[in-house]
Design a protein around this ligand. Structure first.
Ligand SMILES: Nc1ncnc2c1ncn2[C@@H]1O[C@H](COP(=O)(O)OP(=O)(O)O)[C@@H](O)[C@H]1O
Ligand SMILES: [Mg+2]
Length: 245
């Protein structure tokens, strides 16, 4: 593939509360590609998403989308360009039904979308919950599906997904795997996937970037990076491997 990345960052540096959180993170992801980001807890993965999504400005570095420098654009403007983000914890509004959540997403900003748009988004993630159900009664998988459907109805071209498999059982991860495959390979969305569930990364990620203590310590295929001595040291220094998040 020779296409240039749709979404990229170069030399991202971030300090928070007087501490260095990110140091020189760079990568690019093309349409239809899934790039995994792994690394021990506290490595800075979610902080990187704060920068990529526009919630926090980096100290230095550049974020680009479709050849345009978007480093100074706030979150809502990046969302309108087609950069969607999901969060580690799938928080849904309290006191709203599923149908109300979908409607609110359709009407979040102009152009307002139609019920057909939200049905399309819900269909893509196989979300089959009746509209009258209260959103805060949904289980973790269906919360994630609802929130992803809200993003999909806007036809994003980039998705930043922070640990979408967290809290899911294996059969649910298989379902998520199928959904993500459709998003990347059929809708041609560029996906950046923070994940520690190896079973999902192994099957879905085209490439993996490994972070530790705010830096990139390896990049390549999932199998290659796991053989890298620095990655082994970062990951498997805890006997159970539970340092991996
Ligand atoms: N708002 C903040 N202020 C200060 N430090 C923060 C803030 N948010 C995150 N951190 C710190 O940044 C580091 C990276 O955290 P995070 O990005 O959540 O890592 P990961 O997602 O890889 O587990 C941690 O040491 C965390 O304590
Ligand atoms: Mg995190």
């Amino acid at each position: 593939m020779t296409a240039s990345p749709l979404f990229s960052c170069v030399d991202i540096t971030l300090d928070l509360g007087g501490r260095s959180i990110l140091r020189g993170i760079s990568f690019g992801v093309k349409s239809g590609e899934v790039m995994g980001i792994i690394g021990p807890n506290g490595a800075g993965k979610t902080s990187l998403f704060e920068v990529l999504s526009g919630r926090i400005s980096p100290k230095a570095g550049k974020v680009s989308f479709a050849g345009r420098d978007i480093t100074a654009l706030p979150l809502h403007k990046r969302a309108r360009l087609g950069i969607g983000r999901t969060y580690q914890t799938p928080i849904v509004p309290e006191d709203m039904t599923v149908a109300q959540v979908l409607k609110a997403a359709r009407q979040a900003y102009k152009p307002y979308l139609t019920p057909d748009d939200s049905e399309w988004g819900a269909g893509l993630v196989d979300f089959r919950i009746p509209g009258a159900m209260m959103a805060d009664r949904l289980d973790t998988l269906n919360r994630r599906k609802l929130l992803i459907a809200c993003l999909l109805m806007r036809r994003p071209s980039v998705l930043l997904m922070d640990e979408p498999a967290a809290g899911l059982i294996n059969s649910e991860i298989d379902e998520l795997d199928d959904i993500m495959r459709v998003l990347a390979k059929e809708l041609n969305i560029a996906i950046v996937l923070i994940e520690h569930r190896m079973e999902l990364l192994d099957t879905i990620a085209d490439r993996v970037l490994v972070m530790d203590a705010g830096e990139t310590i390896a990049e390549g295929s999932f199998a290659e990076t796991l053989k890298n001595p620095r990655v082994k040291a970062a990951y498997f220094e805890t006997e159970s491997g539970e340092g991996l998040h």
